[in-house]
Design a protein around this ligand. Structure first.
Ligand code: GLN
Ligand code: ZN
Length: 747
């Protein structure tokens, strides 16, 4: 018996993305959209036909958390006047005067969910149509469905209570709606399996609700469902212990990212419950080592009878690409090591067969192929790079030459920038022409001289504009980059890119993460040419622009045969080489972006220290080659630093730019509170909105910042890169930024 926790919904060729975008732009009807959705569900169930049950309600037109909010009638006031899809998409994307609900990352993945807004005054009238339709569709096609439902605790914990209502009161309200939804589902089929997903339990105890778990799940089980509660992304031993005392049928645990779950096995066995063993990695893309998996399962069966062990993926396959069929260009050997969502289902089937029946003649060939792929991968020369491995054994410099207080004096002398220096975060607008230029070059339609000419033109205009408005520290604008990680991945050894390896990030948005398959090194300089070209155009200082090692790691699929920290070290050394080349070529300021530094934080408190240690080490290993006079900047795309401020200090970057534009000076205060001594550029306007900030607004914002930190310590910049904005927005905004700064300096 085996199942998957869920299947990706975007479609093999991103059919859902296309259907959504066409619907949103008014080019197709609601019916067209629903038809595409229906076809996708049908197709995705067909891949699960050999499994015990198919996943129903893992599909979504936008997001599952939003779906549940919608079904529970958790509709924020500003959307209550709308209905149907207009209301649903409105909550996700905003409507005329109604701001969209916030979006945030789903645990430690790169998937974003829409944050539900809860309030005492809402009525929570349920709307079960979605589940009903999908359930009936699956039934009509002859499948045995299991309904996927985000658990009550996870739902409430991830929601935002928007008034001052007490948690208890809100919980009670949502519980009533949730139970009503369950009662309705019960009417579809009296003998239904429901998979309640409670990843929130992996974060450890939560005082607000831990004492409710037993009672709530007993009540749910009493409704007569076959009730399975699953957790993923980490271990959930505390909650598992409680769940063992309930009347639910099964408990699902992640044995890939939650090794400690092993310690729960005796209790589960004692309780007589079925174990849903998350044993095939739902989040990464490597072919499973089925021999090892089998050994693990045999270990489990020392505790539980085999018929009490169900095999499944560690989490929904939402986080992996669809399948390998479209990968025509990738190196065949590397491709053979990969397993995307469809291939993972096959792995489950093979493992299932061998676990229950041994290596039967019909499975032998597949089993042996899996063994040989794994053996081949281990010894492949493509993975192992002696030089990189040797280099890692040598001492690595992780301290700058001199202390910050001495460096900064030297830097001020060498760089001679004014008080409240103005700069930007790196990228400038990516115009359709620019995208077309890069595309044609990639496809081989134009040769490198035409391409390079185009990029040079852009840089020339970009630098000229910055000089004209009087910014102090210039950038080249990043016209050669499609994406801040992909650009580096493409030039580093050890990385490979899929053609069709899309993973949903939010709504219709997908990303295609780079795949780190082998030892990483830098065969040649990656940014030197463009940065030095830009510098040659101006007598002002040009800031070099790199992506940091931790961010490159966190936004990639990372090999599973080496510690993440070691992979990160290899990337760090490659970045260090680049920094050295840049400074030797006369670049005096270099920014190392760590946009994803924070999102790599572990879910469990007890693991944070280890992450911080190696992430910090890697950042420092990449920047410590900088001479005392080379100024190192870093940029982080968020503003909440309270819990990580110590680590931010330890990064020892000369300047950090952050995103505080939307919160006045509130979130900057932590920097003052801890006596942060390095320089800071808190974003003075929000680049995520097309709005052009006025000079007065920016003046006001700078004044607010000056209430918190002295002028000697502050830089003035937008809060993130400008690549998603239009020139018509960027030009006046930056002009106002410079004017505002000048006015403050003069007063
Ligand atoms: N330098 C990058 C840019 O300006 C930084 C992007 C980011 O932090 N997300 O686009
Ligand atoms: Zn940013």
């Amino acid at each position: 018996m085996s199942i998957i926790i869920g299947f990706p919904r975007i479609g093999e060729h991103r059919e859902l993305k296309k259907a959504l975008e066409s619907f949103w732009s008014g080019k197709s009807s609601q019916n067209d959209l629903q038809n595409v959705a229906k076809e996708l569900r049908k197709k995705h169930w067909s891949y699960q036909k050999n499994l015990e049950l198919v996943s129903v309600n893992d599909f979504s037109l936008y997001d599952n958390v939003l779906d549940l909010a919608y079904m529970l009638g958790a509709i924020p006031k500003r959307f209550q006047q709308y209905d149907g899809l207009e209301q649903y998409f409105g909550m996700a994307r905003g409507l005329k005067d109604s701001l969209a609900c916030e979006m945030t990352k789903w645990f430690n993945t790169n998937y974003h969910y829409v944050v539900p807004e809860l309030s005492r005054t809402d009525s929570y009238k349920i709307n079960p149509t979605k589940i009903e339709n999908e359930f009936k569709e699956a039934k009509a096609l002859g499948y045995q469905p299991k309904i996927n439902l985000i658990g009550l605790f996870t739902f409430v914990a991830l929601s935002k209570i928007i008034d001052d209502t007490d948690f208890e009161i809100i919980f009670e309200k949502i519980k009533n709606a949730y139970f009503e939804l369950l009662d309705t589902i019960k009417t579809f089929d009296s003998n239904l399996t429901i998979q309640f997903e409670e990843p929130i339990f992996t974060k450890g105890e939560d005082k607000r609700f831990y004492d409710k778990i037993k009672d709530i799940y007993n009540q749910i089980a009493a409704k007569g469902f076959k009730t399975i509660v699953i957790t993923y992304f980490e271990h959930s031993t505390e909650a598992t212990e409680i769940l063992c005392e309930t009347n639910i049928e099964g408990i699902g645990l992640d044995f890939i990212y939650g090794e400690k779950n092993l310690s729960s096995l005796p209790k589960i066995a004692q309780s007589g419950k079925t174990l849903y063993a998350g044993i095939i990695d739902g989040r990464n893309i490597w072919v499973a080592n089925l021999e090892n998996k089998l050994k693990t399962l045999e270990k489990f069966s020392q505790y539980l009878p085999k018929n009490k062990i169900i095999l499944n993926t560690s989490c929904s396959l939402l986080h992996t690409p669809f399948g390998k069929d479209s990968e025509i260009k990738m190196d065949k050997e590397i491709l053979s090591w990969l397993s995307f969502a469809r291939e993972k289902i096959t792995e489950l089937e093979i493992l299932e067969s061998v676990f229950r029946n041994g290596i039967s003649p019909s499975i032998k060939e597949k089993w042996e192929k899996n063994i040989s792929i794994n053996q081949n991968r281990k010894v492949s020369t493509k993975i192992n790079d002696k030089a990189t491995q040797e280099r890692l054994k040598q001492p690595i410099k992780t301290q700058r030459e001199s202390a910050f207080k001495d460096r900064i004096k030297l830097q001020h002398k060498a760089l001679d920038y004014p008080i409240l220096p103005t700069t930007t975060i790196g990228s400038f607008p990516q115009t359709p022409e620019l995208r077309a230029l890069r595309q044609s070059f990639k496809k081989g339609e134009i040769d490198s001289s035409v391409y390079e000419k185009g990029i040079e033109e852009y840089i020339k205009d970009c630098v000229a504009f910055q000089e004209e408005i009087g910014l102090d520290v210039l950038v080249h604008g990043e016209p050669e980059r499609n994406d801040m990680v992909e650009y580096f991945g493409e030039q580093l050894k050890g990385f490979v890119f899929s053609q069709n390896g899309w993973v949903q990030s939010y709504g219709s948005r997908c990303v295609k993460p780079p795949i780190i398959f082998g030892d990483v090194s830098r065969p040649a300089p990656m940014t030197l040419k463009w940065i030095t070209y830009a510098q040659s155009l101006s007598s002002k200082i040009l800031k070099g622009m790199l992506t940091g090692p931790v961010t490159i790691l966190n936004w990639s699929f990372v090999r599973d045969d080496l510690q993440r920290s070691d992979v990160c070290k290899q990337i760090a050394l490659a970045i260090a080489d680049e920094i050295n080349d840049l400074q030797n070529a006369g670049i005096k300021i270099i920014q190392v972006d760590e946009a994803a530094f924070k999102e790599g934080y572990p879910l469990r408190k007890e693991n944070i220290k280890t992450y911080e240690e190696w992430a910090l080490y890697c950042f420092k290993a990449s920047v410590s080659v900088a001479k005392a006079t080379t100024q190192i900047h870093t940029h982080m795309c968020y503003s909440e630093f309270n819990d990580i401020i110590k680590t931010i200090e330890d990064l020892d970057a000369d300047v950090i730019s952050i995103e505080t534009a939307r919160s006045g000076n509130e979130l900057l205060k932590i920097f003052a509170d801890v006596g942060y001594s390095h320089e800071v550029g808190p974003g003075v306007y929000d680049i995520h909105s097309p709005r052009i900030p006025t000079k007065e607004e920016i003046i006001k914002q700078i004044r607010l910042l000056l209430e918190v930190l002295p002028k000697e310590q502050l830089w003035i910049n937008p809060d993130c890169g400008l690549k998603t904005r239009k020139w018509e927005e960027v030009k006046p905004s930056l002009k106002n930024l410079v004017e505002a700064t000048k006015e403050i300096r003069n007063n």
